[in-house]
Write a protein of this length. Structure first.
Length: 338
């Protein structure tokens, strides 16, 4: 409510001294009447007790120094309900504002968990991207600098979606990075240690699929372990395809977990593709999945592109095939041997 002096002769000036139509609500009309009367407020009507059972509230009328009339009304059940709803609505709006603020922070934090730099290599050009289905997600990819021209390529998929999956993803990322110093010397022991930490710090039903590969820039040798993850696709320069299937089971379900490491020799012109099932299981309006075959065809069709351009082409094809709301996180890594 604002009080101001209206221009002389205006329509507003003609209303001075009339009933304003404004009412003040109070918990206790009698107490306010006594307090304001002592301060000189002129009441034209003292507090009136409504007839018993009428459902009306006690009220009084008072004037300001210009004779403008106001009502002073005590809360009744109806006004109490309105006030309670107003306060509840204010609380809901504040909760929504806080949730939006917290989500914005979560998005920023998770974005920083993905690789912020790429260790330079002479014989491998590589790139990756993640499109979460929600604001944050459970897919994970990383590029680990293992020293001496050695690179760790990691892609993972936490069971579940949203905030819970994002928290587990952060846990897995921390385990991998904290243990990565031993990755080159003993990759199997490294992954077994990561599994043990993940198992101990998560619920019994939590697990993740993971593909870990280490690449030597000098020898072009690739050592890898596929822990229950979709098979990686290795497209040779002569267009032969090799599928790098699972060598171990998923991470996080078993305290005693065996890791199997396999190797592949890469040659100039070879292309290595890692992805999560959000790419192959994306479905169109007819309910058909994008599938591994379409993924392979896209890889073959655009194999001459750079690694970064190929990542964009693959994810673009998936999202064009499935233009509706994304059902699962989509993550892709492409590495090309030069």
């Amino acid at each position: 409510m604002a009080l101001f002096v209206p221009p002389e002769g205006s329509a507003e000036s003609q209303r001075i001294g009339q009933n304003t139509g404004l009412s003040f609500l109070t918990e206790d009309v009698r107490a306010v009447f006594d307090e304001w009367s002592k301060r000189g407020v002129h009441f034209t009507l003292p507090p009136i007790e409504p007839p018993w059972g009428s459902g009306q509230a006690r009220y009084a009328l008072f004037e300001d120094v210009d004779g403008n009339s106001f009502s002073l009304i005590e809360f009744d059940e109806a006004t109490r309900a309105v006030e309670a709803e107003r306060r509840a609505q204010a609380a809901r709006l504040e909760a929504e504002r806080q949730a939006a603020h917290d989500l914005a922070i979560a998005i920023e934090v998770q974005t920083r968990l993905f690789p912020q730099r790429q260790p330079p290599l002479r014989t491998l050009a590589y790139s990756g991207i993640c499109y979460p289905a929600r604001a944050v997600g459970g897919d994970y990819y990383d590029f680990l600098d293992l020293g001496n021209g050695r690179l760790g390529l990691v892609i993972g998929d936490i069971a579940g979606k949203g905030m819970a999956a994002a928290l587990l993803m952060a846990n897995l990322q921390a385990n991998l990075r904290s243990q990565s110093a031993t990755a080159w010397e003993q990759p199997d022991r490294f992954l077994e240690s990561v599994n043990q930490l993940f198992y101990e710090n998560t619920a019994a039903s939590d697990y993740a699929t993971l593909f870990f590969a280490e690449y030597d820039d000098q020898t072009r040798l690739l050592r890898y372990s596929n822990c229950g993850h979709p098979p990686a696709l290795l497209l040779r320069a002569d267009h032969r395809l090799e599928r790098l299937d699972a060598t171990s089971t998923v991470m996080g379900l078993f305290a005693h977990w065996d890791c199997v490491i396999e190797t592949r020799q890469l040659f100039p012109g070879d292309t290595f593709l890692l992805y999560t099932d959000g790419a192959t299981e994306a479905f169109n309006q007819s309910g058909d999945e994008f599938g591994e075959q379409r993924l392979l065809e896209t890889l073959q069709q655009h194999s001459e592109l750079s690694s970064k351009e190929l990542v964009s082409a693959i994810t673009g094809q998936v999202r064009q095939f499935s233009p509706h709301e994304q059902a699962d996180d989509i993550t892709v890594i492409v590495a090309k041997c030069t």
